[in-house]
Design a protein around this ligand. Structure first.
Ligand SMILES: [Zn+2]
Length: 345
């Protein structure tokens, strides 16, 4: 089968497109013929050699996929050959105390397709049946591939972690990235109000078309936190939703209300930030980390997407052979939405 893989860590030049053996599903697993696979910043961290990643032999990149069930292993009852599915990349043991209570992404053995396990940028992948969900019918294959990781991450950050409630105001930094856009769509879908930031007026205008209440240009538009306060009647945002890290953390801190929550899942802008602990306790601020989501989040997300007809924003679709071009676009930060590989093309 054709796949995008690495044999060593490094820059974009270490990624090879070539033939690898097709995997076989074991007990409880499913073989999926991949239709489309989306890029994530995780691909870049893995390619560069993030601790925990091993490049033993050929390692297939990619953590997001949608496709058709080609073969089912023993003891798989929930899916049959021909089912159209989306794939949740987070694989957990399903036996430990955390898994039993539904906190799958807190499992000590938690692993991700494309990180510790073979990834999705390939014609076929094997995943546990518990990691599959039925593809929402209204989505195209690229839209379906753009859904799992970004929307699951945003869902888990907003609901179980930041305890988002209907009607609350969420400040979302760096609109244009997959998780930030997913947050905007979910906040809008559930009756919240989103204030988004970007250095691009064009991205802010597109975010408004998607339902953002306000767009703030952090480069040319002045003090973001002060404007958030003004837009919320002097109170501040209920939640600051952060995928950027160091540059946006002080803004989040100044922009949330007393009792506000800052929830973070990414450090594309840098990983070190300082905290004024006095302001943290005095203002009852919660600082919350989050990674991926649970199977329960995934099974709540899919019907919500189906009923609301939410469509993940797809920036551009490339062929598998154009992987280098696709990843360059992602690393440049120019994209608005998810960059997707059409594996069939
Ligand atoms: Zn577990």
């Amino acid at each position: 089968m054709r796949a995008a893989f690495i044999r060593q860590f490094g820059g974009p030049e270490v990624v090879q497109i070539g033939q690898l053996d097709r995997p076989n599903p074991g007990r409880g697993e499913v073989l999926v013929k991949v239709k489309a696979s989306a890029l994530n910043h995780l691909d870049v961290w893995v390619r560069k050699g993030r601790p925990g990643a091993e490049a033993k032999g050929a390692h297939i990149l990619g953590s997001d996929a949608a496709g058709v069930v080609e073969k089912v292993g023993e003891d798989v009852e929930a899916f049959a050959v021909g089912d159209e599915v989306v794939v949740n990349a987070g694989v957990s043991c399903m036996k430990c105390a955390w898994c039993r209570r539904g906190d799958h992404s807190e499992c000590p053995q938690f692993k991700l397709l494309g990180f510790q396990l073979p990834g999705t940028h390939a014609e076929y992948l094997v995943a546990p049946a518990s990691n599959l969900g039925h593809k929402p019918l209204h989505l195209t294959w690229p839209e379906a591939a753009a859904l799992p990781l970004s929307h699951l991450t945003a869902w888990h950050m907003l609901f179980p972690r930041a305890r988002f409630r209907v009607g609350e105001t969420v400040l979302i930094h760096g609109i244009g990235g997959g998780v930030a856009l997913a947050a905007l769509q979910i906040v809008k879908m559930t009756g919240g109000k989103a204030i988004v930031t970007s250095s691009s007026d064009e991205k802010l205008a597109r975010a408004k078309e998607l339902g953002a209440a306000h767009g703030l240009n952090y480069k040319t538009g002045g003090d973001v936190a002060a404007q958030v306060k003004e837009l919320t009647g002097g109170r501040g945002a209920d939640i600051a939703f952060d995928t950027v890290g160091a540059p946006t953390f002080p803004i989040s801190f100044a922009a949330v209300r007393r009792g506000g929550r800052i929830v973070t899942c990414g450090v594309t802008g840098g990983r070190e930030a300082t905290v004024n602990l006095q302001l943290l306790y005095w203002n009852h601020i919660s600082l919350i980390g989050s990674t991926m989501g649970s199977h329960e989040d995934f099974q709540c997300l899919l019907p919500a997407v189906g009923m609301s007809h939410l469509r993940p924003v797809v920036d551009k679709v490339y062929k598998l052979e154009q992987y280098a071009e696709a990843v360059r676009r992602m690393e440049s930060g120019a994209q608005f939405g998810k960059i997707v590989l059409d594996i069939d093309a």
